[in-house]
Write a protein that binds this ligand. Structure first.
Ligand SMILES: Cc1cc2nc3c(=O)[nH]c(=O)nc-3n(C[C@H](O)[C@H](O)[C@H](O)COP(=O)(O)OP(=O)(O)OC[C@H]3O[C@@H](n4cnc5c(N)ncnc54)[C@H](O)[C@@H]3O)c2cc1C
Length: 393
């Protein structure tokens, strides 16, 4: 049994997954402090897509590892994973080659069903979709989506069963570094002593770090999504579609099945836009301008749904690192202050592996649980480079 006392700040997907892996590795004294409620911030506003269709080896490795955990929660604890498949469209030669390479890497990692589909095969699978401008797509038949809120609730229940406290309505307002670790103070005057502090505060990571004079650049980027009533029972489980190539500098359309006659759609990017907002004060509804742009993109990609209408829309935050890669590990000069987050629009799908790596930093002193995970260490030079680009949404 491990005698470390750990306080995790943040009851979103990333903080809860970190507490889960700490408990799994024998740490008994873990407390999660959440300012509001479990999944009350980004994790409850996500579209919940989980998949492995990425291009860079580390991006793929992280997601393959995370998928193993979702599979486990599905099997052992009834997590509802809708396996509708995930298709990333390729519109140019470079994306085509990257997709083919991704299939190879995924196969090496045991994802044997990932495959490349030509335009005709795609048209057969999704007859309503316009395919005349695409060269094909990278397809993961076992990918799917989950409900971010239910996932977090399930993790919190599992933690409570293991004797780990998830204290909601405990907003951390003060941190004092003492020789062995930290004293954590909350807005209701509670105090917690710990040997390790985990900063999993999502879009507030920078605010928490600043309490002990550490600079951790995580940008709160506003993103919107909306329900789309297709008014047609399309008679098959439509795969999620992403018309965006990671790190392309573009902002792409995505949509996924919600239920018969209903899709969820949004615009996605992994670039760091200038649209930073204050996580405590941003507009939570979808803008008219966004809805119009989304409707136009949907009409162009899905002309088979002529009567499709946009329903309710909402806005949430991507907590994103300036260089687009999550941050996991100790802060420079503060070995007991572990940051975990900055996963942008992939924080649900990456949460298990980020939690596992954060636990490894505490228990092993490095990121040995996953090859290449040291690259996510906070304080790396690329976080302070001027990587901010402009874009829509
Ligand atoms: C529209 C939209 C669609 C998305 N779709 C997807 C998707 O399909 N797939 C995917 O993988 N990801 C998706 N994401 C991204 C994903 O939601 C986030 O990356 C992820 O939820 C981040 O989780 P987190 O735990 O780091 O942050 P959060 O969920 O924001 O959790 C951080 C928590 O810290 C708490 N906190 C902050 N300050 C304090 C404090 N002082 N004291 C105590 N607690 C504090 C907050 O209240 C919050 O609950 C989407 C996001 C949006 C907005």
């Amino acid at each position: 049994m491990d005698g470390n006392r750990v306080v995790v700040i943040g009851g979103g997907a990333v903080g809860l997954a970190t507490a889960f892996f700490l408990s799994e590795r024998g740490v008994k004294d873990v407390t999660v402090l959440e300012a509001d409620y479990v999944a009350s911030a980004s994790s409850g506003l996500s579209v919940g897509i989980i998949e492995t269709q990425y291009m860079k080896p580390l991006d793929i490795r992280l997601r393959v590892r995370a998928m193993e955990f979702f599979k486990r929660l599905e099997r052992d604890h009834g997590l509802d994973v809708v396996r509708n498949g995930y298709l990333r469209l390729a519109r140019d030669e470079a994306s085509l080659l990257a997709a083919e390479k991704s299939v190879e890497i995924q196969k090496e990692l045991g994802v044997t069903d990932a495959t490349f589909l030509g335009p005709e095969e795609i048209a057969e699978r999704i007859p309503q979709m316009r395919c005349d401008d695409i060269l094909g797509g990278l397809f993961g038949p076992s990918d799917g989506y989950i409900d971010g809120h239910l996932y977090c609730t399930l993790l919190a229940e599992q933690l409570q069963e293991r004797g780990i406290q998830v204290k909601v309505k405990h907003k951390v307002t003060g941190l004092v570094e003492n020789g062995r670790g930290y004293t954590v103070v909350t807005d209701n005057d509670a105090r917690f002593e710990c040997d390790y502090l985990v900063n999993a505060a999502g879009s507030w990571i920078g605010e928490i770090s600043a309490l002990v004079g550490i600079e951790t650049p995580v940008i709160a980027q506003r993103h919107q999504a909306a329900m789309v009533a297709t008014n047609v029972d399309y008679g098959y489980l439509m795969p999620s579609v992403m018309d965006y190539v990671p790190h392309s500098g573009d902002t792409g359309l995505y949509f996924r099945h919600e239920r018969d006659g209903m899709l969820v759609a949004g615009l996605h990017s992994e670039e760091v836009h200038e649209g930073t907002v204050n996580p405590d004060d941003y507009h939570r509804s979808a803008d008219q301008e966004f809805l119009e742009l989304l409707a136009a993109k949907l009409e162009s990609r899905l002309p088979g749904f002529p009567d499709a209408g946009l329903g309710d829309g909402w806005a949430g935050l991507y907590p994103i690192s300036p260089d687009g890669l999550p941050q996991v590990g100790p802060s420079v000069g503060h070995d007991r202050f572990i940051t975990v987050g900055g996963a942008g629009g992939s924080g649900i799908q990456l949460s298990p592996v980020l939690g596992e790596v954060a636990a490894s930093w505490i228990l092993d002193g490095d990121a040995r649980v996953l090859e290449g995970a040291e690259a996510m260490k906070p304080g790396r030079p690329s976080l302070s480079e001027d990587t901010v680009r402009s874009g829509a949404d």
